[in-house]
Design a protein around this ligand. Structure first.
Ligand code: FAD
Ligand code: MLT
Ligand code: ZN
Length: 473
């Protein structure tokens, strides 16, 4: 069969309903969330069964056609964008969106990969259960995308990243075979933990079609505080106190710089400052518990007391209602939108050991100051040692010129410093195409060689997400 024949066979497999042909819908799939990449593909398909995906991959494997899996297309590194108008197809997962089972005894949920994260959360909530993965993109990103990027988000310090929330996977391998590990066992020491390979693989080893996810009791007590803190060091010291004072009920500990908060207040409608004064540093702290009489308010008050005694906390407000809580979270979650409205930022997603965050922030500010002008927007999951130290063009200058020019050197310095301090240049957003050069620069030769070996073993023809993550793929 020639290439046109293979594409025609795939069209027939998915049928009319499984083809994306109209121009605006194709365009939405060919451009990434940040509009950094404008891709091309021979075909964009939306299969609706595991069998269809298996047949598509078997055909592509046999005829050496590249396959780019796509979930909600909210990823930050161009991982879901295809780059070949003739030899790559996009496989969208959105029609594989069923909830196969919710097991309230085992506290698990078996769902298909195309299920939108917010829908998974809502389905768990209907059973008085919690699926704790949470992030600003949850209305669009999909479970398969979350697992493939090993996404982090807003509650990692309590519940872990996406990888830690999965008990099993179903994966279509590049040659069309299906690895089905959906038993949902919490204990199973029978060989290599194969499913782990696919989480964080960004679609380079196969297509995740379903997962067994861990659930937890729903939260019935929630205490949320927005605190102004003296500096980043004070924020880090407060983190340990928060864990102790809450009886380890701390579920989020997010840092927001004064600059990022101002950006939101300037750029995003219906946001307002929670405190009368403005400060240079804030943290958003949340305690949650399934037990409505768990005394979380007293714990939060103890946190404030200790924080103020030491001069770490300068000011603060506790949410007194659901809408107040939502307003505080809106300030934090709207930062990416505010950056977009300001012409876009060079984004960073670095991590270092939590205790080294203050040193990292101080050294970074000093290094960047020498290298050039920029406007900082710093925020992130400080409880995980994960900072988004983003750079906007200096006031009155062209954002695109900054991103393509002077900003690049600054950006390299951010990654270099994080790595030199034993950290990561990509804590939660993955590698994709954007950070593939960093992987080559910073990953150890042994680790890179092992990655290539795994890739060759599972995908000898290199059909899965070519050019993404794995060097030379
Ligand atoms: P896509 O963007 O479609 O794909 C991402 C990668 O996974 C690609 O390489 C793709 O090929 C692969 N892939 C997708 N589905 C599958 C599958 N079923 N099988 C195999 N490979 C697959 N990320 C965080 O970690 N933390 C955050 O707090 C966070 N906040 C965000 C806030 C906003 C406003 C936005 C826009 C993004 C945010 N992100 C965050 C980034 C992004 O939402 C996550 O990376 C998310 O997990 C991507 O899911 P997706 O379904 O959109 O995947
Ligand atoms: C976040 O923490 O808000 C996300 O990772 C998204 C972003 O930084 O833009
Ligand atoms: Zn983040």
């Amino acid at each position: 069969m020639d290439q046109q024949g293979v594409l025609q066979r795939i069209r027939e497999l998915v049928g009319e309903a499984g083809l994306v042909t109209d121009a605006p819908a194709r365009q939405a799939r060919l451009v990434d969330e940040r509009r950094l990449y404008h891709g091309q593909a021979a075909l964009i398909v939306r299969p609706d069964s595991v069998d269809q995906i298996a047949s598509i991959l078997a055909l592509c494997n046999e005829h050496h056609i590249g396959v780019v899996p796509q979930g909600g297309n909210t990823g930050y590194c161009g991982g879901a964008t295809p780059f070949d108008a003739e030899r790559q197809i996009v496989v969208c997962l959105d029609r594989l969106n069923r909830i196969r089972e919710i097991d309230p005894v085992a506290f698990t949920m078996t769902v298909e990969a195309g299920l939108v994260l917010a829908k998974a959360q809502a389905a768990a909530a209907e059973h008085n259960l919690l699926f704790p993965l949470s992030m600003g993109s949850e209305g669009s990103c999909q479970i398969g995308g979350n697992l493939s990027t090993n996404a982090g988000g807003l509650a990692v310090l309590r519940y872990g990243t996406a990888r830690e929330l999965a008990l099993g996977l179903e994966v279509v391998l590049p040659d069309g075979r299906v690895l089905s590990e959906l038993k949902g066992l919490r204990k199973d020491n029978t060989g290599y933990p194969l499913t782990q390979l696919f989480m964080g693989a960004e679609g380079t080893l196969g297509i995740i079609t379903a997962a067994v996810l861990k659930l937890f009791p729903a939260a019935h007590a929630i205490e949320t505080a927005w605190l102004a803190v003296a500096d980043i060091e004070a924020a880090c010291r407060l983190l340990g106190v928060a864990r102790q004072a809450s009886g380890d009920a701390l579920s989020s500990f997010e840092y927001v710089s004064g600059a990022s908060a101002e950006l939101v207040l300037d750029q995003v409608a219906d946001t307002r400052a929670p405190l009368q004064e403005t400060y240079a540093h804030y943290v958003l702290v949340e305690f949650t518990s399934p037990d409505s009489a768990s005394g979380l308010r007293a714990g939060m008050e103890r946190l404030l007391e200790v924080g103020m005694e030491h001069g770490w906390v300068l000011d603060g407000v506790l949410a007194e209602s659901g809408p107040q809580r939502d307003a505080l979270w809106r300030l934090r979650e709207s930062i990416p939108e505010a950056e977009k409205h300001s012409g876009g930022a060079i984004k960073h997603d670095v991590s270092v050991a939590v205790g080294r965050i203050p040193e990292f922030a101080a050294r970074l500010a000093a290094e960047l100051k020498v290298l050039g002008d920029y406007r900082p927007s710093g925020y992130g999951h400080i409880g995980d040692g994960n900072l988004h130290y983003n750079l906007l063009a200096p006031e009155g200058t062209d954002p695109e010129a900054f991103k393509q020019g002077a900003g690049r050197q600054l950006s390299r310095a951010v990654h270099a410093l994080a790595v030199s301090m034993g950290g990561s240049f990509s804590a939660e957003h993955g590698v994709g195409i954007l950070k593939a050069p960093d992987l080559v620069a910073y990953k150890s030769p042994v680790a890179l060689e092992m990655m290539k070996t795994v890739k060759r073993a599972l995908d000898p023809h290199g059909i899965m997400n070519p050019g993404k993550m794995v060097p030379g793929s």
